[in-house]
Design a protein around this ligand. Structure first.
Ligand code: GLY
Length: 420
């Protein structure tokens, strides 16, 4: 098969890496990719949301299957477009992707079908939202309706902070049209977990779950980022909890989407809040997570091409998903200054010094003046991923190897998968 993966992050590098292990794959392309994908696939210089150019390139390269990484092209209808020209594609349709691209839609779906989530009210009028917030007990959660690259959620510790967030979103237009509507939600306490399941619209099969770290500094301090690391499996995801999540969240959501005429054929990512045996949805995403993909795909034993084809062809009931019990830890190496402003173009050294069984998934990297020179090219630069018989073993290995890689300004959290 000739496969095109759309995107340029470490998530997409991991997908390409996993696909490259399939005996069914003859040629791999990434658009636009990075220096890591360039080593195992051919990078095409096309932006991930330039749907028309991607379609043209796919036709020219006789692509048999497209796999979409990020949310923006999904929300813009990449799947609908490729289906209309007869090229098989793995991803949620525009209507199905609204489970992520419209928090108002997603919440109304959960409320209509009794899928457990926090109490929440949507507003398009600032004064009404402010009046409602003033009557709440903090903490209060303010969420923008649309896609906001991780900047659309504020957990406000005080009512003043909540009003400031509403003002930024609705009056300051900090997020543009993404905040034309906002949700004001009750705060949920507990531990967050990212739960993944494949669906062909009818059958739902769980993959392994993971936890990610959103804040830039150790101890969950500092500003939010795209994700500074992750580990799998979450220590608190018991078989009983997994069963409950499937029965009360994942299956009912897929059934609800079908009833609403939004058949969901892709990977469904449930961002969940677990408080003892109580589990509720924080949000849904219509794609693989980043940095979770970097620690879940190394645990997948089944050929990813087989799973993806079963999803695309509606034959998931005939597929089994096998995973390893081994644990996996990923540490994100970021540019100095990230998530605020940062400089790029610095040489990365030590990439060849990592152990053979350690994976280094690239995100913000590009090939330098010579094919073996790799330069920084983004905020999150690399995810260093190791496996082990336990999380402690995987963690020790990931950090030992991460310390061998250097570039100017490089920083990373030291507490990924550290349990005190
Ligand atoms: N791990 C957060 C995300 O992928 O959105």
């Amino acid at each position: 098969m000739r496969i095109l993966v759309v995107g340029s992050g470490a998530r997409e590098h991991t997908i390409v890496w996993k696909l490259s292990q399939s005996p069914k794959v003859k040629a791999l392309y990434t658009a636009p990719g990075n220096a890591g994908t360039a080593r195992i696939a051919e990078n095409l210089d096309i932006a991930a949301n330039d749907i028309k150019s991607l379609a043209k390139a796919a036709q020219q390269k006789n692509i048999d299957l497209v796999v979409v990484g990020p949310e923006v092209p999904l929300a813009e209808g990449i799947v609908d477009h490729f289906e209309s020209i007869g090229i098989p594609i793995f991803g949620a349709s525009k209507l199905a992707a609204e489970i992520e691209s419209s928090k108002v839609f997603s919440k109304s779906l959960m409320q209509k079908y009794n899928i457990p989530c926090a109490k929440s009210i949507s507003f398009s009028d600032f004064s009404a939202a402010k009046e409602y917030v003033q009557k709440q007990k903090p903490p209060v959660v303010i969420k923008a309706d649309g896609l906001a690259a991780g900047k659309g959620v504020v957990v406000a510790a005080t009512i003043d902070e909540a009003i400031a967030a509403l003002t930024d979103f609705m009056q300051g237009k900090k997020l543009g049209v993404a905040a034309n509507q906002v949700l004001v939600e009750d705060f949920m306490k507990g531990r967050e977990m990212s739960f993944f399941a494949f669906s062909d619209g009818t059958t739902v099969l769980p993959l392994v779950s993971a936890c990610d770290y959103k804040r830039v500094n150790d101890g969950d301090r500092g500003p939010n980022t795209g994700g500074m690391g992750s580990y799998s499996p979450p220590v608190f995801n018991t078989p009983a909890l997994q069963k409950k999540i499937m029965e009360t969240i994942m299956l009912p959501t897929i059934q609800a989407m079908a009833k609403e005429g939004r058949q969901y054929r892709s990977i469904l990512y449930g961002g969940l809040m677990v408080d003892k045996d109580n589990v509720r949805v924080v949000e849904f995403n219509a794609r693989f997570g980043d940095p979770e993909t970097q620690v879940i795909l190394p645990r997948l034993k089944t050929d990813l091409v087989d799973i993806i084809l079963a999803v695309v062809k509606g034959k998931l009931s005939q597929t089994k998903i096998e995973t390893t019990e081994d644990a996996c830890v990923g540490v994100v190496l970021a540019s100095g200054g990230y998530p605020d402003s940062y400089k790029t173009g610095f040489p990365i050294s030590g990439l060849l010094d990592v152990d053979k069984d350690v994976m280094v998934f690239h995100a913000g990297t590009k090939v330098g003046a010579t094919p073996w020179e790799v330069l920084t090219n983004g905020g999150r630069v690399l995810t260093v991923v190791a496996m082990g018989k336990s999380l402690a073993e995987a963690r020790a290995k990931a950090y030992d190897n991460a310390s061998r890689i250097t570039f100017e300004g490089c920083h990373y959290r030291k507490d990924i998968a550290l349990f005190k």
